[in-house]
Design a protein around this ligand. Structure first.
Ligand SMILES: NC(=O)C1=CN([C@@H]2O[C@H](COP(=O)(O)OP(=O)(O)OC[C@H]3O[C@@H](n4cnc5c(N)ncnc54)[C@H](OP(=O)(O)O)[C@@H]3O)[C@@H](O)[C@H]2O)C=CC1
Ligand SMILES: O=C(O)[C@@H]1CCC=N1
Length: 270
């Protein structure tokens, strides 16, 4: 039995708890900590998972998953450092934070794995990228890989790619939601009722995602197959190009990468 404590059961922490439960992990093997007692009570009622304080969770956990905002890491490490048991595996889900931060602040030799997951974890379709810290061995990386495979797909990446990965797949679902939102608005502009516009666009997104997921055709080929000569799609593509949507996407993802780097810099050693 491997006991996993999620420290900070907010959006991604809750997604992980619910994904692991859906993946068949028993509630008795999961713990969480939360700042607000009302939220902790709600989560326990909904998932049957026990909420504890950091010290009690650290006493019982074999794996500690850190899922607080990067800006909240320092007080959490202050709480964790004196109570974590030797050999406990620390898994960080935090954007920007390097494994070296944990290695510096927690007892010497603490194994750390940095992970960038995403919220489709709630439907067991997460994309998680994992990187080993200085003291993490193959067994630690394998354990995290197995754990995350129950909630989606896993890629192993060098830690120096994690800021870019954060910008691509960590934030990635938000870009798709944004696009869906904009397309539904376009439906409203064209006089389609919101419910119908929403159904049309969501099913188009689901179908397109499944075609992409078949892995046998490049997105360009799929787009070309929709784009008839002198037809409707090419008129739309011309507008997208005119408005610089591709360039906007490149600049947006670069800005997200830069913010991830900045979040890590805030916690560099003096
Ligand atoms: N949301 C996402 O799609 C993704 C997020 N991440 C990363 O996951 C982390 C969490 O993000 P997200 O879930 O969105 O953020 P949330 O703010 O939703 O969740 C963090 C939770 O932790 C609580 N918290 C803060 N400090 C402590 C503490 N010392 N002990 C216990 N609980 C604490 C917060 O309470 P309070 O709100 O009161 O401060 C909040 O409920 C971030 O580092 C983010 O970079 C990674 C990938 C995707
Ligand atoms: O926006 C954020 O900072 C977090 C990290 C990746 C997705 N959400």
């Amino acid at each position: 039995m491997t006991t996993i404590a999620v420290l900070g059961a907010g959006k991604i922490g809750e997604a992980l708890l619910s994904g692991l439960l859906q993946g068949g992990r028993p509630a008795e093997e999961l713990l969480f900590t939360e700042k607000h007692p009302e939220r902790a009570a709600e989560l326990t009622e909904q998932y049957g998972v026990e909420g504890l304080d950091v010290a009690s969770a650290a006493q019982r956990a074999d794996v500690v998953v850190v899922a607080v905002k990067p800006q909240d890491i320092e007080p959490l490490l202050d709480q964790l450092a004196p109570v974590i048991r030797p050999g406990t595996l620390v898994v960080s889900l935090c954007a920007g934070l390097p494994t070296s931060l944990y290695e510096r602040r927690l007892p010497e030799g603490t194994p750390v794995v940095r992970v960038m997951p995403n919220t489709p974890m709630v439907v067991s379709e997460a994309m998680s990228a994992i990187s080993a810290g200085k003291y993490a061995q193959a067994e630690h990386l394998n354990l995290v890989d197995d754990l995350l495979q129950t909630v989606g797909k896993v890629a192993r990446v060098p830690e120096n790619q994690q800021d870019a990965v954060t910008a691509l797949s960590g934030s990635g679902p938000a870009y798709f939601f944004y696009l869906v939102e904009a397309m539904i608005d376009a439906g409203i502009l064209l006089g389609i009722p919101r419910d119908l516009a929403t159904r049309l666009i969501i099913q188009s997104a689901v179908g397109a995602a499944q075609m992409l997921n078949r892995n046998d055709q490049h997105p360009v080929i799929l787009r070309e197959a929709v784009t008839s000569p002198a037809g409707t799609t090419i008129m739309a593509i011309r507008e997208l190009e005119k408005h610089g949507v591709r360039a906007a996407m490149l600049a947006a993802i670069e800005a997200a990468r830069d913010r991830s780097v900045e979040l890590g810099r805030d916690h560099e050693a003096d």
